[in-house]
Design a protein around this ligand. Structure first.
Ligand SMILES: NC(=O)c1ccc[n+]([C@@H]2O[C@H](COP(=O)([O-])OP(=O)(O)OC[C@H]3O[C@@H](n4cnc5c(N)ncnc54)[C@H](O)[C@@H]3O)[C@@H](O)[C@H]2O)c1
Length: 323
């Protein structure tokens, strides 16, 4: 079987491509390589450097490789940047994605797996795990574009075209053999900021100690990229077998406060940095933890890499290697 993977030279797309190749599924990747360096193009994949907006090429690929299933990772993902450059996000993550979905449907693709995000929920102001049917009130353009694509998929899906939307929570970790891991170093993510503090021995800034959480710092649900890759493989099998639309949260259903994570790491003598608090940023989400009953049940999936320290250290090793 051949599967078309958009954004397969990125972090989660490459992890998933490696897994599919291991499972004897051919990965045909289309990616425009937004990062200047460190793109990961899995060996044994078929690679096309292009924007997914090139529907002439997409159509040719679908025909040539007899593509029936697509996993769509390609998008911009920096939530903060989406606020300062809304048009850039609206164009790529909504308009181009919509055009790409139409092209897939028109050319006979039956199964479409979509990378969505916990950012579709927005700030729920409750210390409760979030369910798939919770209200969707994104507070960023990034979250809004993902919500709009989910709505679009619901609208256009039919007997022949089914979708599975996966709402990722905080993705962490890298391959144990360091074949893949997060690429970008400028995105304001938890792990990028942590790495910068470790390298520069400057304080790690926790944004806010007055959130309404157990210790006042934000609470997050982290998921290892290898568990997420496995979810995509199971999702593919599910769609092929059940031909049914689904939307599922992807996390472990366990919340860690940022302070808790940092203090756990600081027990390790090799890490030498401090932390301090800075002001809560407007729109910062206090508590975001997935209710994972649905995905556990539908895919019969269980986490295998949920040890938080391992998750973080695998990523730190990857970042060190890239340096
Ligand atoms: N990393 C996370 O924590 C996280 C969390 C929630 C959701 N997501 C979503 O998961 C998906 C993958 O994220 P990632 O962390 O692997 O991102 P990434 O930035 O590492 O990879 C994305 C890839 O998509 C490509 N791309 C972007 N727009 C394209 C276009 N128009 N045509 C062709 N290629 C294009 C880029 O070149 C890049 O290689 C994204 O849709 C993102 O929104 C990620």
């Amino acid at each position: 079987m051949n599967v078309l993977i958009t954004g397969g030279a990125g972090y989660i797309g490459s992890a998933t491509s490696y897994l599919l190749i291991k499972k004897k599924i051919k990965s045909v990747i289309i990616d425009k390589l937004i990062y200047k360096k460190n793109n990961i193009i899995p060996k044994k994949s078929i690679f096309f450097k292009s924007n997914i907006s090139n529907t002439i090429l997409v159509k040719k690929i679908i025909k040539k490789y007899n593509i029936n299933s697509v996993i769509h990772f390609a998008a911009y993902k920096d939530i903060e940047e989406s606020t300062s450059k809304p048009k850039k996000y609206y164009k790529n993550n909504y308009l181009i994605t919509k055009k790409f979905i139409d092209c897939c449907k028109e050319n006979g693709v039956s199964n479409f797996i979509f990378s969505s995000t916990a950012a579709v929920y927005g700030n729920l102001h409750k210390n409760k795990k979030v369910l798939e049917n919770s209200p969707l009130k994104p507070i960023s353009i990034y979250g809004l574009t993902k919500k709009k694509i989910e709505k679009y998929l619901i609208r256009i899906s039919d007997k022949k075209f089914k979708f599975f939307s996966l709402r990722y929570f905080n993705v962490l970790g890298a391959d144990k053999y360091l074949k893949y891991g997060p690429i970008e170093s400028n995105v304001n993510s938890f792990s990028n900021n942590l790495y910068k503090s470790i390298i520069s021995k400057k304080d790690f800034k926790i944004f806010g100690n007055n959130h309404k959480t157990m210790d006042g710092t934000p609470v997050r649900d982290f998921i290892h990229v290898d568990d997420l890759a496995k979810i995509h493989f199971e999702t593919l099998k599910y769609l092929i077998k059940n031909k049914k639309n689904q939307i599922c949260n992807c996390g472990y259903g366990k919340g860690y406060s940022i302070k808790q994570v940092i203090e756990t790491l600081l027990k390790n003598k090799d890490l030498n940095f401090n932390y301090s608090f800075s002001k809560k940023r407007p729109g910062d989400i206090s508590y975001m933890v997935a209710d994972t009953k649905k995905i556990n049940k539908i895919l019969n999936w269980k986490p295998r890499h949920s040890d938080l320290e391992n998750m973080i250290f695998s990523e730190l090793r990857w970042k060190k290697k890239k340096k």
